[in-house]
Design a protein around this ligand. Structure first.
Ligand code: GSH
Length: 201
């Protein structure tokens, strides 16, 4: 089994934190995104969308999509559970993880991709869209701060994959200068607690 990954990218980082929480170590192959190695024919044969992470399974199949890879390890290494413990809890974690993907990660990533010079010439950029994403995510972070007023983690009192998604996204925000506003003390407390976990490194 082999993980095609990038040290600098948020989606692979989700998988790395997930694996570290579970104490799973696997061989990894670094794909240099800056050098566009993700667009090399060899890599595109593994994932036609040219994106990391990709997990090569022992039977030679390729599994892309961070959450599909996390699901694979949740099933093969159930402890500690990071995607919920019973039907109700699993659905709640799924809800929160989806919210973190769409309301936080997609917005921060949209701002980064559409306003930062790294992406010039790589994708068609629409700076106005990037700024709309910035405005939206600042509103969503204020909402999340309220959610975290009476619980420790995003999906409840246990650390889950929803925390991993939100944490990696908000960490990425540093690049397009999206930061946790000073008054969002619950969100900052949560962010500091996640950052201090050994899995985050
Ligand atoms: N939905 C995918 C997104 C994967 C993705 O966008 N990966 C980024 C790195 S965070 C990538 O490979 N970017 C290269 C590019 O778009 O050129 C997942 O969850 O794994």
């Amino acid at each position: 089994m082999k993980l095609y990954t990038s040290k600098v990218a948020p989606n692979p980082r989700r998988v790395h934190i997930f694996l570290a929480e579970k104490g799973v170590e696997i061989e990894s192959v670094e794909i240099d995104l800056g050098e566009s190695q993700n667009l090399d024919p060899d890599f595109v044969a593994r994932n036609p969308l040219g994106r990391v992470p990709v997990l090569e399974l022992d039977d030679g199949a390729y599994l892309a999509e961070s959450m599909a890879i996390c699901r694979y390890f949740e099933e093969t290494h159930p402890e500690p559970p990071l995607m919920g413990i019973d039907v109700r809890d699993k659905a709640m974690v799924e809800m929160w993880n989806r919210r973190m993907e769409f309301e936080i990660m997609a917005q921060i990533s949209g701002c980064f991709r559409h306003t930062h010079r790294y992406w010039e010439g790589r994708i068609p950029q629409i700076p106005e869209y990037g700024e709309l994403c910035r405005k939206t995510v600042l509103e969503r972070m204020a909402w999340l701060d309220g959610e975290l007023a009476d619980r420790e983690f995003i999906a409840g009192d246990r650390f889950t994959v929803a925390d991993i998604t939100a944490f990696t996204a908000i960490s990425l925000g540093r690049i397009p200068k999206i930061r946790i506003a000073e008054e969002l003390t619950n969100l900052q407390r949560w962010f500091d607690a996640v950052r201090a976990r050994p899995s985050v490194g």
